[in-house]
Design a protein around this ligand. Structure first.
Ligand SMILES: [Zn+2]
Length: 222
């Protein structure tokens, strides 16, 4: 059995096929229940969607502590390599195998300093998870949902820099996952979107997907 555990903001710990994967591990974010990476389980893999500080977070330190690689866009992986970690450079749409899982970086309509911003699809035997990274809505999300049979979608709802609740509800409708987990909201006042508004728009749009709202530190088990 696996799980998706939220540390607040965009930081997740996923257990899938008995592998521990951290996505955008900004563990020291203001909402996180854990402020010391020594309290995290050993990681098998880390994925960083883009190089903004609220996503790169403590990825380098966690990789060094766990001795695991970091998957990121080619340019970002090269930068991480210079910091003494094993950076696996990938690019959008190209499936790679890492830690026995299939990892596919996806497009994201956002910005970054190094490389390009991405989301990620993690495909294991147990399930398929899509973490959208920081992004606005884009039509290809529908194709990703169909192609990869996405079961769990993790979508930003905070607005301002990413989709807000309305856009995220539309994204859920076109991806059509079994479960949607909102992220990237209310870490700071400016990203004010709420799960309540998200739920309201999901209902208005007749989206059948199950909404799972986690508190930082909580996990959804699958
Ligand atoms: Zn962000």
């Amino acid at each position: 059995m696996g799980y998706v555990k939220w540390y607040g903001h965009a930081a997740f710990e996923v257990k899938i096929d008995d592998k521990i994967v951290f996505i955008d591990p900004w563990i020291k974010n203001p909402k996180s229940p854990i402020q010391n990476i020594e309290n995290l389980p050993k990681a098998d893999l880390i994925v960083v969607t883009h190089d903004h500080g609220d996503h790169l977070g403590e990825a380098v330190d966690i990789a060094k502590k766990s001795g695991c690689p970091i998957v990121a866009t080619y340019e970002l992986a090269n930068t991480l390599q210079q910091k003494g970690v094993n950076g696996i450079g990938a690019n959008i749409g190209g499936p790679i195998k890492a830690a026995g899982l299939i990892i596919i970086l996806t497009p994201a309509t956002h910005s970054s300093t190094t490389g390009v911003p991405t989301g990620v699809v993690i495909k294991g035997k147990e399930t398929t998870i899509y973490h959208a990274g920081d992004t606005g809505i884009f039509a290809t999300m529908e194709l990703l949902g169909k192609m990869y049979d996405i079961e769990i979608a993790i979508l930003p709802i905070g607005g301002h820099f990413t989709m807000g609740p309305y856009e995220a509800a539309w994204a859920t409708k076109i991806i059509n996952p079994k479960v949607v987990i909102p992220m990237h909201y209310q870490t700071f006042p400016v990203i004010s979107g709420s799960p309540e508004e998200f739920e309201k728009f999901l209902k208005e749009l007749n989206v059948p997907t199950k909404l799972v709202v986690l508190k930082p530190g909580e996990k959804y088990e699958f």
